[in-house]
Design a binder for this molecule. Structure first.
Ligand code: F6P
Ligand code: MN
Length: 329
């Protein structure tokens, strides 16, 4: 089986990007070990601290953030970093070519129940001048690499550098990422959806109507029985979509009018959108392609609808309807 190094070489990846991908991959191996030790190392549970988004930080959120920050600071290809667990962007090396945005441990509420968690990352080109938040505010189309590492029954790395999506599995004995799927491809059609149904009453009309039609199954307008899956970690849900298709959404809701969206653009939506597009799927907010968003702030949140191309298109068609009209009798 081909190694990560061999695949990157075959794709003619530059030395500096290869170096950065290795920094991320090597750190993820250490994170995988830490996650696996769990309760044995006293790593489960929450801390007293909150991150900038007002979420209580788990011990492993902080540990994994420090691991990635430390490793990226030691990599001279990195100009700056931004993390879900850092209030502000962090300057790293003056001459570095890349900016790295990451969610060190996505789905961290799954840690305490020994369920799926993962690291999500996005690599952008550095811009001239002093590093500021503005340096990071580039469209997702600018990403030179994006991926995630899933810490599950096996540890897997899904990666794109713009040549499709490659999936690697970490060999437990040799500790090497080996290529187990050279070209992940999302089927165009699906009968599986992922959404947090407990928020149903808070969604906008298009999502209410779309999901209601899915739930009607064969007797509804879709004339098809749909199944539902919800892992409660985006990284796990997106991995399923990349592996066998499906639609995943965390839509706009009015549960808290000050926070209409859940997922973060720069280190959740953008990297996942690039992976999904590179695997033949689609990713939208309902009104705009995620990769076309012009970011306004580093911790910005967005609505996300992604997955099998035809199903995303169907969901988007519900967003074109004017729901303010009275239904005709
Ligand atoms: O990072 C945010 C996140 O943990 C995602 O990974 C996941 O999709 C979502 O929140 C789960 O939120 P909930 O199940 O609480 O709606
Ligand atoms: Mn997350």
């Amino acid at each position: 089986m081909q190694t990560l190094a061999q695949t990157l070489k075959q794709q003619a990846t530059s030395d500096s990007l290869t170096q950065l991908i290795f920094t991320l991959a090597e750190t993820s191996k250490a994170i995988s070990k830490a996650v696996r030790h769990g309760a044995l190392a006293g790593l489960l549970g929450a801390t007293e601290q909150e991150n900038v988004q007002g979420e209580t930080q788990k011990k492993l959120d902080i540990i994994t953030n420090d691991m990635l920050k430390g490793a990226l600071k030691g990599d001279n290809s990195v100009h700056g970093l931004a993390s879900e667990e850092e209030d502000d962007v962090v300057a790293v090396n003056q001459g570095g070519e890349y900016l790295v945005c990451f969610d060190p441990l996505d789905g961290s509420s799954n840690i305490d129940i020994n369920s799926l968690v993962g690291t999500i990352f996005s690599v952008l080109p550095a811009v001239e001048g002093e590093l500021t938040e503005q340096s990071f505010l580039q469209s997702g189309r600018n990403q030179v690499a994006a991926g995630y590492v899933l810490y599950g029954p096996s540890t897997m790395l899904a990666l794109t550098t713009g040549h499709g999506v490659q999936l690697y599995t970490l060999h437990p004995e040799t500790d090497e990422f080996l290529l187990t799927d050279a070209n992940m491809s999302i089927p165009k059609d699906t009968a599986e959806f992922a959404i947090n149904m407990s928020n149903q009453r808070f969604w906008e009309a298009p999502m209410q109507t779309y999901i209601a039609d899915l739930l009607l199954g064969k007797i509804g307008p879709r004339e098809k029985a749909f199944n539902m899956r919800w892992i409660a970690a985006m990284v796990g849900d997106v991995h399923r979509v990349l592996s066998r298709g499906g639609i995943f959404t965390y839509p706009t809701d009015n549960k808290n009018p000050l926070k209409p969206y859940k997922l973060r653009l720069m280190y959740e939506a953008n990297p996942m959108a690039l992976l999904v597009e590179q695997a033949g799927g689609k990713a939208s907010t309902g009104y705009e392609n995620i990769l076309d968003i012009d970011p306004q702030e580093i911790h910005q949140r967005v609505a996300v609808i992604l997955g099998s191309a035809n199903e995303v298109d169907t969901c988007l068609s519900y967003h074109d309807i004017d729901y303010s009209e009275e239904p005709s009798l």
